[in-house]
Design a protein around this ligand. Structure first.
Ligand SMILES: [Fe+2]
Ligand SMILES: [Fe+2]
Length: 137
């Protein structure tokens, strides 16, 4: 799946991280479609895990600093993403039909960005207008 401008939540640093994650997901998708050998796919999955781990930690820190009221639920959603990512890696390693698995994970991630991430972005831009300043400039 390609990054789409409509996925933006209006906080520049976060959008850049989401974009990176989409790029890495797309690389995995292509690799699965090409039936690349496992060591290549494994490398791409490790890259995804690295970007995701960094991103989730940044978001969680941001939610904590800004005292976002839904931070507990948000952390739980992140734990689920991490779980799904580990499942994805495990299933791909054992040669499960990859396309659907990657698609499923992508779907889940997009839903999280569009619903949950957007929700905290709205809160943050309300509380700290400077965060969204570039968007309206
Ligand atoms: Fe996010
Ligand atoms: Fe999130």
């Amino acid at each position: 799946m390609k990054w789409d401008g409509s996925f933006a939540i209006g906080i520049e640093a976060i959008d850049a991280q989401h974009k990176k994650i989409f790029e890495r997901l797309l690389a995995i998708e292509n690799s699965v479609a090409k039936r690349d050998p496992w060591h290549i796919l494994h490398f791409l999955l490790a890259q995804l895990a690295e970007s995701m781990k960094f991103h989730l930690a940044v978001e969680e820190a941001l939610l904590e600093i800004t005292r976002y009221p839904g931070r507990q639920e948000h952390r739980e959603a992140h734990a689920r993403i991490t779980e799904l990512m580990a499942e994805l890696e495990d299933k791909l390693e054992h040669n499960a039909p990859g396309e659907n698995l990657v698609g499923f994970f992508e779907h889940w991630f997009v839903r999280h960005v569009l619903a949950d991430d957007r929700e905290y972005a709205r809160y943050m831009k309300e509380q700290f207008p400077a965060l969204g300043a570039r968007e309206s400039a």
